[in-house]
Design a binder for this molecule. Sequence first.
Ligand code: RIB
Ligand code: CA
Length: 311
Amino acid sequence: MPRPIIIDTDPGTDDAVAILLALAAPEVEVMGLVAVAGNLPLAMTERNARSVLELAGRPEIPVYAGCPRPMSPGLVAAVHVHGEGGLGQLELPPPRAVLARGHGVDFLIETLREAAPRSVKVCVLGPLTNIATALVKAPEIAGRMAELVVMGGASYALGNTTPAAEFNMHADPFAAALVFDSSAPITMIPLDLTHQVLSTPERIERVRALGNRCGEAAAMLMEPPPARRGRGRRPTYALHDPCVIAYLLAPELFEGGEVNVAIETQSPLTLGMTVVDWRGISGRRPNARVMTRIDADGFYTLLTERLAGLP
Ligand code: RIB
Ligand code: CA
């Protein structure tokens, strides 16, 4: 019986690969995508989400627009990483499927209220604005999720948006702090782990050699951003968001532990930093499972094999 999942996302190149991986997995049933402002403005992330579903031949899956801006001041974007269109070198035709009616936050709440308790897993691939807003509106959903798997943060790794903070956490630190204080069953996939899954030219070529349109598209999405090229060393790109889906499909590839994670929301210097208390010094209760290691070759074997099953 496939596990129902909801993907909250800001596509974004790595988000798009994560969505393709989920669509290629019979173990999960994608109940809907909820777009959020993050890598790009909401109008682009929701359009890209619809376009990726169409590319994979799954236009019937609903895409909802969530929050157009973070709870916290200021909206950062990552056009330099994902390109003007948000999908790197990949250009997809405008989607024919229309945006689902209703707000994405209400879709999250209603789906979790109507589903059997702890049956639905929620995957967050962008800033935590939507899930935080849903928790404000309906706090009880924290206890109704089977798991909340979040790509974001850093443990021992430095930030990728500031020296201290990873993009998804930095883009909406107040939302992140609210979610990590909510008692939702969080699994965090931080940069420490995602930086272990670099899309090298060999790995990209194996995906491109699949010969299907989704393999060709994924290979383009896996290419390092232009800003990373020409720096001498061989450019690579960490496939952050697909790690969330891979964790659902093959948890045996991952290692981590229960720990307290707190989010910096005050200091301009470290705004959005995830403070991971591995030694229990703070006395704060563990509130997340933080994954720190992945079998990178096993990840790419899984990704490549699964993408082969798409159109
Ligand atoms: O820091 C990486 C995360 O920020 C990924 O989710 C990427 O898509 C961006 O949203
Ligand atoms: Ca993302």
